[in-house]
Design a protein around this ligand. Structure first.
Ligand code: PLP
Length: 455
């Protein structure tokens, strides 16, 4: 019998997260104050985040201990399984060996609880009573609701309108774990009212929802804000994925040549790839790490490396990032988790230094990839995950053409059980190729008012 699944036991759940900043040749640039354009200190984040997370955000310590309470919660679904995709390999007729790490086994159905749990834990420890956040497809909102429910913290979620309308059951899931959910833009915040006044029919965006959540958190002392991607501490928590995958690939007697993951703000990509990049840094290996993004929101492949705001209204500090501009509202594609204008500072620096790669796929291509995967491997992927699968298929086909048997590992970061509307639209031909034109990209970039970053 072929061994399809490589599992670890609970005692093998890593005890420390890996902080890639310690190994980066060029460290990420600091956040800037939007008024003075001077680097801002860690203390300016304290209205929004608990101290422990701010310390992790600016830490350059290579390994950071995972608290016991967090590991205990992790053990509900971790270690997650790693599979060999024999059936998809066969369907593609490729000599490549394809492996995937499956994060859809978490209670919320994606990798997001890996950071929601420690974020809720540190907030609880510092006496926080309520956490506000945004959510795109609802994955992050459900993960944070689950974590807040466990630690007894109130949770308030601003859900991007297009997803709120497309995915009503994600909202119910959040309600079940005790969270309050608002369609964003809402009339609950000044930011929301401002956006609605200028564009009453907007489909919403992650940037807008972040503005709303940040505004609410800044209003009250007992309320903090949580972000499900982009920031350094979020990427740090997600390295649990890759640290397990390194052990599992060793058990399988394999080392990946290529590591692939879908890319929204960079958390699941960082989670799986950083522990392999560590091998590149420490052992001089040349494992290629590829981030897969939608052609309708191509900040990595067609954006610019600039300081920009993390939200639409401009309430956050300026962050160094590959961006399409913070006012960009991506087309309402079904992969809601990838509809974000920018990329995290660490990933942006790695891309600029050519230590990682990026690739964009159109909407039709990604659903074709997801359907092939579901039919061969059985698991129905989240539409976001389909972007990674599209890259895997391209690389596997290249192996076939070139007659080389590479080992490919990808992150199946979530299941698509709440995404039947997306698959239904695909089957009824409603999913159309959507790609930004050169003119649209040029217009977006021309709108950026923030300073350029010299090479
Ligand atoms: C949130 C999410 C993403 C995108 O966010 P990243 O921070 O880039 O990982 C991708 N896939 C799924 C399933 C998600 O929930």
């Amino acid at each position: 019998m072929k061994v399809k699944k490589i599992i670890l036991n609970e005692s093998e759940i890593p005890t420390r997260w890996y902080n890639i900043i310690a190994d980066m040749p060029n460290k990420p640039l600091p956040p800037l104050h939007p008024g003075t354009l001077q680097p801002i200190g860690a203390e300016s984040f304290s209205p929004l985040f608990p101290q422990a997370l701010i310390e992790q955000e600016v830490s350059s310590q290579k390994w950071i201990d995972i608290p016991d309470e967090v590991r205990e919660m992790y053990s509900i679904w971790r270690p997650t399984p790693l599979y060999r995709a024999y059936e998809m390999e066969k369907a593609l007729g490729t000599p490549a060996k394809i492996f995937y790490k499956y994060e859809g086994v978490s209670p919320a159905g994606s990798h997001k609880p890996n950071t929601a749990v420690p974020q809720a834990f540190y907030n609880k420890k510092e006496g926080v009573k309520r956490i506000t956040t945004e959510t795109g497809a609802g994955q992050w909102g459900s993960a944070l609701s689950f974590a807040c429910n466990h630690f007894g913290i109130e949770c308030e979620v601003y859900m991007v309108k297009v997803s709120f309308d497309h995915k009503p059951y994600r909202k119910v899931m959040m309600n079940l774990w005790g969270a309050k959910v608002f369609s964003s833009p809402s009339t609950h915040t000044e930011a929301g009212k401002k956006i609605l006044a200028s564009d009453p029919t907007t489909s919403g965006s992650l940037g807008i929802a972040i503005s709303e959540a940040v505004e609410r958190a800044a209003m009250r002392d007992d309320t903090k804000y949580a972000l499900g991607s982009v920031l350094n501490h979020v990427l740090l928590h997600q390295t649990i994925i890759g640290l397990e995958a390194v052990q599992q690939m060793e058990k399988a007697g394999e080392l990946p040549d290529i590591v692939i993951a879908p890319f929204g703000g960079g958390s699941n990509f960082s989670g799986i790839s950083f522990p392999f990049l560590r091998m590149n840094f420490e052992q001089g290996l040349k494992i290629r790490c590829i981030a897969s993004e939608p052609a309708s929101c191509p900040k990595l492949t067609r954006g610019v490396f600039r300081y920009d705001f993390g939200d639409t209204v401009g309430m956050t500090p300026l962050l160094p990032m590959f961006t399409l501009g913070h006012t960009f509202v991506p087309a309402p594609i079904h992969a809601g988790g990838l509809r974000y204008h920018g990329a995290g500072a660490i990933v942006s620096q790695l891309l600029r230094d050519k230590l990682i790669e990026a690739r964009a796929h159109n909407n039709v291509e990604v659903f074709e990839a997801g359907v092939l995967f579901a039919k061969t491997e059985g698991i129905i992927p989240a539409p976001e995950a389909n972007h990674g699968i599209a890259t895997v298929i391209q690389e596997a086909k290249k192996c076939k053409e070139e007659g080389v048997a590479k080992t490919i590992l990808f992150n199946l970061c979530g299941h698509g059980h709440f995404d039947m509307k997306a698959y239904e639209d695909y089957f009824s031909g409603k999913i159309v190729k959507h790609e930004l034109s050169d003119k649209e990209v040029a217009n977006l970039i021309a709108k950026l008012e923030t300073p350029e970053i010299p090479a």
